[in-house]
Design a protein around this ligand. Structure first.
Ligand code: AMP
Ligand code: FE
Ligand code: FE
Ligand code: ZN
Length: 285
């Protein structure tokens, strides 16, 4: 059994349409794939409609959150959520707020860029989102199209960098609130790439313990951005806190070099996740 529980399609910041993503998953020899776009479930239906025979599709999402250490700057964290009921009113309202927040924040970045002499097409950004959410990748592609930068990477390293004068932060969900919402919707919350120091500031063990107390059910341990020592530390925490352990590629199509299935989850961990998730069913034959 080959199981990859973290992938992104074109409805967030991947490059494969949901239908293409499930085909790529099967062609790469996966038996189980989870679709976990940022802050949206917009890809679920198209992925299920195109799901090849023999592939199990786990409906999921990756939520943009913040950990708020007392007296310190918030730390950006990502929470994977699986098998939740997309109609749960409280959780659906929070996703709607996040999508609206992403739109208004993108507008503010685009306005600031224009004042700074970097004009991009809002029309193009909205068309590029493929029915899903907008983020900096869409603005980056519009900047490339406008000739303001020569690549998406260049845009992220300069005009869209979090230290750029054009950068605008978004008001992400408090991770403890997010965990409670996912559980209320029958879902399984798993802390994504929790110790990936190459991505920036990470939280301490105290934060992970607080998340576990709030209802967190798993830690993503095997992730391309985790070093061996970071994986070992997380594995120990999962053992201590009684959390399940996942491994995943965080596939983004052509936007990142990692292949789908590059990291995988053990079958017994998937079994535990399927038992815990009661808000929606996996799509399978
Ligand atoms: P946002 O959530 O709108 O702030 O945008 C951050 C997203 O951009 C993350 O989900 C990353 O996957 C993506 N990202 C970060 N750096 C790059 C890059 N150099 N090229 C393409 N996508 C990137
Ligand atoms: Fe992403
Ligand atoms: Fe993430
Ligand atoms: Zn991701």
């Amino acid at each position: 059994m080959r199981i990859d529980l973290h992938t992104h399609s074109s409805v967030s910041d991947g490059t494969d349409a949901p239908a293409a993503l499930v085909a790529v998953a099967r062609a790469s020899g996966l038996d189980v794939v989870a679709l976990t776009d940022h802050d949206t479930t917009a890809g679920w239906a198209a992925a299920e409609a195109a799901r090849p025979k023999g592939l199990t599709l786990i409906p999921g999402m990756e939520m943009s959150c913040r950990w708020l250490p007392p007296g310190e700057r918030p730390v950006s964290v990502h929470l994977l959520a699986y098998l939740f009921d997309p109609r749960h009113p409280g959780f659906a309202a929070e996703r709607a707020r996040l999508r609206e927040e992403r739109l208004s924040r993108a507008e503010r970045i685009v306005d600031a860029l224009e004042v700074g002499g970097h004009r991009v097409s809002w029309q193009q950004i909205v068309a590029d989102r493929d029915g899903g959410v907008v983020g900096r990748p869409h603005i980056a592609r519009a900047l490339v199209a406008a000739g303001a930068v020569d690549s998406v990477d260049h845009a992220f390293a300069t005009l869209l960098h979090h230290s750029s004068p054009f950068y605008v932060a978004k008001a992400d969900t408090d991770v403890l609130t997010a965990i409670a919402l996912v559980r209320a919707a029958g879902g399984v919350p798993v802390f994504a790439h929790g110790l990936a120091t190459k991505r920036g500031r990470v939280v301490g063990d105290d934060a992970i313990a607080a998340m576990a107390a709030a209802g967190l059910l798993g830690l993503e341990v095997d992730h391309p951005d985790h070093r061996p020592d970071e994986r070992a530390h997380l594995r120990g925490l999962a053992e201590d806190l009684g959390l399940l352990v996942t491994g995943s590629s965080d596939y983004h199509g052509d936007n990142k070099a990692t292949a789908i299935g590059a990291e995988v989850t053990a079958p017994e961990q998937l079994e535990a996740l399927l038992v815990a998730g009661t808000g929606s069913a996996p799509y399978q034959d």
